[in-house]
Design a protein around this ligand. Sequence first.
Ligand code: GLC
Length: 539
Amino acid sequence: MWYKDAIFYELNVRAFADGNGDGHGDFIGLSQKVDYLAELGVDCVWLMPFYPSPLRDDGYDISDYRNVAPLYGTLEDFKHALDALHARGIRVIIDFVINHTSDQHPWFVESRASKDNPKRDWYVWSPTDFRYKEARVIFVDSLSSNWTYDTTTEAYYWHRFYSEQPDLNFDNPEVRQEMLDTMRFWLDMGIDGFRVDAVPYLFEREGTNCENLRETHEYLKEMRTLVKVEYPDCILLAEANQWPEDLIPYLEDEFDMAFHFPMMPRLFMGVRQGSNREIINILEKTPPIPPHTQWCLFLRNHDELTLEMVTHEQREWMWQEYAPDPKMKLNLGIRRRLAPLLENDPRRILLLHAILFALPGSPILYYGDEIGMGDNIDLFDRNGVRTPMQWDDSLNAGFSTAETTYLPVIDDDGFSYRKVNVATQQGNPDSLFHALKHQIAVRKQAPIFGRGQFRVLDAGNEAIFAFERRLEDTAPVVVLANLSDHAQTAMLREVNDYQGSQPKDILTDTPYHPINETPYTVALQPYGCLWLRLEQKGS
Ligand code: GLC
């Protein structure tokens, strides 16, 4: 169960490094950067879609499932990058977009050509747009319906995302089989698993919201069987933006991991409100998950910071606090990167990582956030958080030698690549890069975070998020996170079991006074976080 201890890293091949100088990142470029990933200490990368695609949705609109987009190289280049990552001990999972294809996919081109085409039934067609009315529209800023009228055959087709992304019809056994075979194709190449895109939406049924349906779960179980029987070390990670209780079925006999979507905005609420309330609240609503499974925890990713899993009032509040410029809003979310969201305050960036790394689950970083990259809200859709990785202060941030890059490099006052780049930060021991690299290294020495029991502790102070991790045969760890910008004191009462133990902050290797009486009091710096390992005396 390697995924229980792994640090994940999400990257877009297009955005990472350009090996052939055409302005787009590619697999040759990625192969040249594996040492960097190894140095940072990541265990597994998630590659966003790199398949042939018209790029209407940055590759989440696939036109050929068994190839690499020419812009990013060839299948051989892919294999070479995979081998290079494996050689450095880094596993690779790839994005698998099964709910829909591109409208340019030959299957859809055929399907829309005539009503009696053999591929007609590979997609969801209807004579009216009155069906499945209870299904929500996801891209609310650009769409008003999940149906689009196609003049060729005078019928509507179904799509949960852009109209250029028609949904496959999973009621068709050929579709189901094709997707399983496609999985084998990539698993045979040696990948370590899939991040499966948009899994709640595979089937449609009248009178439902068309999410999390029984039929969808049945198919996902088939996927799991294939992987576990034929490729037992490989994993499936679910992208299902749902409440924790609705995610449980996905973790029972379907996925090894699922993103914990609702946790993410609450971490941002916590650090803005200086209060642990919302974080504890969502943890209380998170049921236990099967022992072989793991949450995947994140702060940011390639999409907008989604606010689907919050109340209406919380969403308005998040927008008010974190999206002061209307351009920062997108759909039900905020299209900004981590560092700008946190006003480029290293204390808050490190605090949120220290919490993320210590909560039950495996953390995932989004490329560029480890150096505090900025964003560009003038770019279309979610492109503002997908700009080229900033390697150094040379032309195009060292990303590419081309005259123009697929998106402009960030070069504004606060976040210019001239300042914010890997080389500069590698050379500065006080940089964000080094601090995060250190957190990662400490976490990797502490399997208790990936595997241990979890319990929230009362620190007698709402500004402090306190919890305990326990794992047989290892010293327990108490995490104290000060969510406020003032110094705070934690007063722990629930530490009777630990009388006589000697706490040490493993992040800084600093000993704290022994636990001799309750409450045990500890002072915390503004936005400070301690990972206190409670050593028994004499051990
Ligand atoms: C997922 C992806 C998102 C994409 C959508 C449609 O939510 O994260 O980027 O647009 O699926 O494939």
